[in-house]
Write a protein that binds this ligand. Structure first.
Ligand code: GLC
Length: 483
């Protein structure tokens, strides 16, 4: 077998670019609220959770390459192949199923680590674009529980079920990432034609029965996941926004937009409204995220690997790579605990949630650095999590190194984003936000009452030397104002 490092050499730029490639698709910041009261209620609860875990995992992890994209023929950095013979490459890629045996799979350890970092939900790739199902689907053999996959004999072979059960046992919500496009299904990429890009490779108006089979297959798989065998599912996180209903005008608009590249763009109506209503019969209140598809089936927005400049006036979540790539790479460099805590606070101050991606490896292991990172975040959360959960954005959100949020109507949190190694300042405040007169200010994690004064249109809090000498936590110091 070719070594991981050779394959990686070809995919190295891929990882950075892949982290960027969804950006344009996700830029659309319009929002259509749902009208189902149960969904609205659940979305409010979800906005309180603030911090979740995303995991990209599949047979591709064995090669340490970018997930799925190398079998897509688009001429992009993240699609480069180690073998210039596409047909041979795709065959090898699909044969990864036959050696996928993640014997070190330990979802209980992942769930505990996530829980103690303060994560409150998990989103797992039940199926990525390559079509490999990480659950016990009855609708294809290209799945982890197939006799073709060595792990099928392991009692934990249905990894999606194991993951959801393990995380639920730790009190986390569960979310199913599911890719609408399926590059293994002959109803999506019909072997009768070449596959020029990510889209369905035949004309759906010329072959409506084939497309209908694809719609049925997709609905069938999603209903397998939501029908009960996998327990209560809170979020259906649908990727592959190009699979969507489009009018002729919308198609024309895309084709004529600057930078347009894809040849096979067409109306790929997967009948989302019908799917969502069937799904909510099984999972009342289910949050559905039809990513990058403008409309009511995108209950929250998902900016990818970036944090919006300003607070957004509707539910949103940034999904961000913690180390290396969305998918596992052997020598992933993880962000520091300091950077992660700053990221979380920045997102929370803008009213969003952070969905941090950690990728399991070929044997079902996480890098030890991933556990280390979650430990560091957990240390900070142990002291400060009350200033994360259940908060809401409050203008002016951020001023220099100070952020602000509210919880309910009588509590404010003020966060100081310290530089690495910085000492706690003697005075901390804002010039564009006035604290309510008579507010009681304390340091989170200490409870000592602090003196503060009105300063112009803002305020300034004095931090006593004792607290400055040994602050309650590292990275970000939090004050609480009650009134
Ligand atoms: C990008 C990648 C895709 C990944 C997703 C996660 O769009 O192309 O593979 O699943 O990001 O948000």
């Amino acid at each position: 077998m070719e070594t991981i490092s050779l394959r990686r050499a070809l995919c190295i730029s891929a990882i950075f670019i892949s982290s960027q490639c969804g950006i344009l698709a996700q830029e659309d910041e319009r929002y259509v609220p749902d009208t189902d009261p149960l969904v609205l209620q659940k979305l409010g609860q979800w906005q309180d959770l603030k911090f979740g875990l995303l995991m990209h995992w599949g047979p591709y992890s064995q090669w340490g390459i970018v997930e799925s994209w190398s079998i897509c023929a688009e001429d992009e950095g993240w699609c480069r192949r180690a073998n210039p013979d596409y047909t041979a490459y795709k065959k090898d890629y699909e044969n990864l199923q036959k050696s996928f045996n993640p014997v070190q799979f330990d979802p209980a350890r992942w769930a505990k680590a996530a829980r103690s970092a303060g994560m409150r939900y998990v989103v797992f790739t039940t199926k990525h674009h390559d079509g490999f199902s990480m659950f016990d689907t009855k609708l294809t053999d290209y799945r982890i529980t197939s006799p073709l996959t060595p792990f099928n004999t392991d009692p934990r072979a249905n990894v999606t079920k194991e993951i959801f059960n393990a995380f639920r046992a730790e009190g986390l919500w569960t979310g199913a990432y599911f890719s609408k496009p399926d590059w293994h299904s002959e109803y999506y990429w019909w072997p009768n034609f070449a596959t020029p890009d990510r889209n369905v490779n035949y004309d759906v108006t010329a072959y409506p029965e084939r497309w209908e089979n694809f719609v049925k297959f997709t609905h069938g798989q999603i209903m397998e996941l939501l029908g009960g065998d996998y327990g209560k599912i809170d979020i259906l996180w649908l990727d592959g926004g190009w699979v969507q209903k489009m009018t002729r005008e919308e198609i024309l608009k895309q084709i004529t937009a600057p930078g347009y590249k894809f040849t096979r763009i067409q109306n790929q109506d997967i009948r989302m409204d019908e799917l969502v209503s069937k799904a909510r019969e099984k999972q009342p209140g289910l949050i559905v995220v039809d990513r990058a598809v403008h409309g009511k089936n995108q209950n929250y927005l998902t900016p990818e690997n970036r944090v919006p400049e300003k607070a957004l006036p509707f539910p949103w979540e940034s999904c961000i790579i913690a180390g290396g790539s969305w998918s596992w790479v052997p020598d992933a460099k993880y962000m520091s605990g300091h950077a992660a805590v700053h990221l979380l606070v920045d997102i929370v101050a803008k009213g969003g949630n952070l969905l941090l991606n950690i990728a399991p490896g070929p044997l079902g292991q996480w890098h030890e650095e991933a556990y280390g990172l979650l430990d560091e975040i957990g240390e900070w959360m142990k002291v400060n999590s009350e200033a994360i959960y259940g908060t809401r954005a409050l203008a002016p959100y951020k001023e220099n190194k100070v952020c602000i949020t509210r919880k309910g109507d009588n509590v404010l949190y003020i966060y100081y984003l310290a530089d690495e190694g910085e000492a706690m300042p003697a005075e901390l405040g804002m010039s564009s936000f006035a604290l309510p007169p008579g507010a009681k200010v304390t340091v989170v994690g200490r409870g000592t009452k602090l003196n503060w004064t009105k300063k112009g249109d803002g305020f300034s809090v004095s931090i006593p030397a004792g607290i400055r000498k040994s602050p309650p936590s590292e990275h970000v110091w939090v004050l609480k104002a009650t009134f």
